[in-house]
Structures are given as C-alpha cells and as structure tokens.
Design a protein around this ligand. Sequence first.
Ligand code: ASP
Ligand code: MG
Length: 412
Amino acid sequence: MKIYKFGGASVKDAAGVRNVCKIVAGESDTLVIVVSAMGKTTNAFERIVNARWEGRHDDAVIEYDKIRAYHRQIADELGLTDLFNNGITSQDIIDGAIVPANYDEFYDQVVCMGELFSSKILSAYLSKCGIANEWLNMPQLLITDSTFREAKVDYDESAKRIRNRIFNSRSKVFVVQGFIAGTIEGYHTTLGREGSDYTAALMANFLDAESVTIWKDVPGILNADPRIVDDTVLIPELSYREAVELAYSGAQVIHPKSIRPVENKKIPLFVKPFGNPAATGSIICETERKVDVPVYIWRKNQLLITMRAKDFSFILEDSLSHIFDIIKRHRLKVSLIQSSAVTISVCVDKTRYVTNAIAELSEAYVVTYNENLSLLTIRGTTPEILRKEQEGRSIMLTQKTRRTARLVIKDE
Ligand code: ASP
Ligand code: MG
C-alpha cells in the first residue's frame, strides 16, 4: 500500500484533477489518496469565517458564492455537474443558521468544507474515468481532541478506526481529506494550516504503508525557496532528522509534523513534482548521507518578543517555565529563543493569538516587541555566506552554531 498526497496547487483546476487521475492510473498498488482543498480555497473559507465572526454576513455569502462558482466550474469541466447539484451543500453555516460561539470551533466547522469539496470531486472524477474508489469521511475516522484549529490526534482510536475501515474493504483506491478530522462527539476539527501532509504521514503510520509520496509544484526538496532564489538545487536524499530541522525552520515544502509518523516506522517519504511524475524528486529516509549544499530557509511574518523581569531578577532561574507556560497556553509557535541574564527573547509566528499572549506576559514582565521580521536559517553556512547574507540588511539578532546560522531580519 502506498499513500499519495496531492496539495491544493495540484487540484486547483480541471486540468489539475485530470493530471491527478493520470498519476493515479499509473499505480497498481493499493492506494490511499490524501487531498487538500482546491487552490486557495482554505484562505477563502477563512475570509468567510472572519466575515461571519465580525457580523459581515453579506460578505460571507458573497465569498461563499465565489467558492461554489469556482468548484462548480471545475465540476462542470470534468463532466460532474450532477454531483455538484446534489452532493455538496453546507449552506446553514454560511447563511447564519449556525451562530458562531467560539472562533476556533466555528473556524473548523466552516473551513473543513474545502477538503470535503475537493475530495468529493476527485473521487467522482476517478470513478468517471473507470478508477473504482472509495471516498472516506475523515472526521469520522481520524479522531482528535477538541483543540480546534490545531487538534491533537488520538493515535489509538484513529488507527483502530482507519485500519478497520480500510483493511476490511475490497477497494484498491481510497480518497480521503487531508487536514480535517473530528472529535468523538462528532465535531469537525483541523490539524493546523498545511496539515494535509501530516494526514498523509499518519495514514502511512496507521496502515504500515510502503511509502508516502507528496506531489508538489516543485521538483522536490530544494536548497532554497524557488520563489525567492533563482539558482536552487535539488536535494535528492535527506534523513528524517535533517527534514524535520528544515521543516521546523520554515521550509514550506513539507509540514513539520509529518516527519515523526513516518520516522517512527521508517517509512520513506518522497517529494515529487506532479507536473513530471517520472522525475525522481527527493526522498526522506533513514540515511547517513549529509546534505552537501547550503540550505536557506525563510520563515516570514515573525515577531521578536523580549521579556525582562520587573524586579531585575534572573530570568532563566526564576521565570522560564512561567513564560513558556503562557506561550504554550496561547499557542504561540516559537521559532527561536535567546537569553541573557535578565532578559529572554523569543521569535514567534505572528498569529491572531499574539496580542493576548503579550497582554498576559506584560502583567508579570517588562515586554517589548518588534514586528515585520523574517527569520532566515542557513544550514551548512560558511563565514562567506553569512557575511553575504548580512550585508545591507537590518539584522535584529544573529545566532550561530558551527554549521547553522539564524538571522532575524527586519523586512524592507
Ligand atoms: N487546505 C489546508 C490549507 O490550505 C491544508 C493543506 O493544504 O495542507 O492549509
Ligand atoms: Mg496547501
């Protein structure tokens, strides 16, 4: 059994869905296909959530009509008009029949529709092309707690349900939604933005798959973001350890949470271009091979928060666990930590939780912060490379180990 994961870019239009069908048709093994929402649909659903939350109901309806028109057009082009008329509705949430009480909970009930739409369309199209398949509803199979927007997976319960469902089926192809899951009580949850890779890795773990393939719009794992740098090179093979470091630093090619489930069972994970399925791409596996080119990873939209004790006490001894407790409760994502005798600075992703966290931290500490920052991590750096990257930039903080440099840079 293999796991194939197709991201939003691979199914952003009818041609994309046809291409997925072609790739799937070439596989003779049992296949679990994990699919993300089409194109930028999740962002569009986020706009709906915000509009409803802020009481702009008309905006929500307009946005939803756009999403429907977009999916309808893809369905039409694929000859699936009927499916769209009968199979896909979710009007209550959008129209206001359901009143949002808690932002995160409401978010998950709405945003999950993106993956439900895309997976229904893909499944129907595969059937139409003669590829028999079974569509599975992940919110009933992948079970989580109710940490909405970042739900924690119940491994045992999920593994039990998923194995039961798939091993007892005669189907050879399964179509499932990435990113979305559900609680025992039947609420929808999500695993965090870009979480479909994580779903794919979990499926591989639960089903003891032979491999996972993440089909992307890039040739594989590159040593820098091709949207920022022209002359990137492909990294053909890297260890789980290296992969998790890159993902944590902000490499968007793969979600950081997706490494552990495959590493735990030593399942190889391929990253391949959906535009050129025959290409070898990259493989993440158990290997001693070291990455032999410098790797540049940008993590954008960072905030540097510095805390100092009000009574000038030593921050490390007295306050560290208190500070991190607050950070954890407010779900801040820490990308870098730096300490001195009386201060500690953390770099975090700028999310909607930051304001409340800073307010709580300010009760106990003198807090200052800087916005509009990026974190550049260079793995395999040399003094020359570091000098070049620092040149002409406004650097707030530099951290260096023997082979890795991390720069917090003020955005231009
Ligand atoms: N559709 C979700 C997102 O855009 C999940 C994913 O793409 O992996 O974040
Ligand atoms: Mg995506």
